[in-house]
Design a protein around this ligand. Structure first.
Ligand SMILES: [Zn+2]
Ligand SMILES: [Zn+2]
Length: 335
């Protein structure tokens, strides 16, 4: 099968993914073989390919927002059927019996593994995944629109849940890439006011088009403090102005898997008055199901920028440069 293979992490400017052919993977008893139609390109892929996240497996096929068709079932599978359209997300497998798994916090599982990091992902014609971690894709989304929901969407959804917003709250979003433009629509549909902080002119424009209540580059200019804020950009320095722009008792959620160093905080200016800082780590299966259901009901409009599989390096490069409107998606096979 065709695949984009990473042999050694390196800056995307050097095109570290190689177009090659490899064997079609064999599903284990509890796994399913999926013929990949599309695969989203996520900022986490960038951190994996460039090595900010230490390698877990090399060589590696990245990609963890996979939409495809079930091609073959392992001998112990019975939940899905051949021909069914399913999604594969970042959380590949959990142990099911550690203290976190049994407390409904499987995203913190002691021995969880991840798609396109611990095991090969979707920058290839076929992928395997445990049957218990597949998600049926709602019919209202085509293969291209569905892909970004599987990470950008899910992580945004979990970040929003962790904001603890009350009815008619004010939510500030820092950065307006793939995840932010999806969570924006969910928060808006739930009745919240949206403020968007972004340096990028075209990101600001996209936020205005979606009906943001305020858009700007300087959080100090927000018309009023926010009840909650989510930082999507991997920029640690943003934590300070984001905390300063919160109301008393407000919550700041950091949604990235990687963040540059956070400068020292001043207790009085940034934290006192019960301002909380929370992070988001992966997702539970419940998050994924919740997101897909709510996104289909609204329905969320997914902005995508399509690339052929072989252009994965270019997609990552443009993502790094902040040039992509919405989400980059690789078209792997015809639909
Ligand atoms: Zn566990
Ligand atoms: Zn991701």
């Amino acid at each position: 099968m065709r695949a984009m293979l990473l042999s050694k992490p390196a800056p995307v400017e050097t095109a570290p993914l190689q177009a090659t052919t490899v064997e079609v993977p064999e599903p284990a008893d509890d796994e399913v073989l999926v013929k990949v139609r599309t695969c989203g390109v996520c900022r986490t892929d960038l951190h994996v390919v460039e090595g900010e996240l230490p390698p877990h497996k090399l060589p590696l096929i990245p990609g963890h927002q996979i939409v495809g068709i079930v091609a073959r079932l392992g001998s112990a599978c019975s939940r899905v059927r051949v021909g069914q359209r399913v999604g594969i997300a970042w959380l590949r497998k959990t142990c099911g019996h550690c203290a976190f798994c049994t407390a409904g916090k499987e995203n913190l599982c002691e021995s969880s593994t991840y798609t396109g990091y611990d095991a090969d992902g979707g920058y290839a014609e076929y992928a395997v995944a445990p049957e218990a971690f597949l998600y049926p894709i709602p019919d209202s989304f085509d293969d291209v629109s569905a892909a970004p929901l599987l990470c950008a969407g899910i992580i945004g959804y979990r970040a929003l849940q962790r904001c603890n917003l009350q009815t008619n709250g004010i939510l500030a979003l820092y950065g307006f890439g793939a995840s932010a433009h999806l969570v924006f629509q969910i928060a808006q549909h739930r009745g919240h006011k949206l403020f968007v902080v972004s340096q990028g002119e075209h990101h600001q424009e996209a936020a205005r088009e979606l009906g943001a209540n305020w858009v700007g580059a300087d959080p100090a200019k927000m018309p009023e403090p926010a009840d909650a804020a989510i930082i999507f950009a991997p920029a640690g320095w943003l934590v300070l102005p984001a905390l300063e722009s919160l109301k008393k008792g407000g919550t700041l959620v950091l949604a990235g898997i990687y963040m540059s160093e956070i400068p020292p905080l001043n207790y009085d200016r940034h934290l006192f008055y019960e301002r909380d800082v929370r992070t988001v780590t992966a997702n539970t299966r419940e998050d994924a199901q919740g997101l897909l259901l709510e996104a289909a009901k609204i329905p969320v409009r997914v902005r995508t920028c399509l690339y052929p599989l072989e252009k994965a390096n270019q997609a990552l490069l443009e993502l790094k440069a902040g040039k992509i409107q919405g989400s980059a998606v690789l078209q792997v096979s015809a639909t």
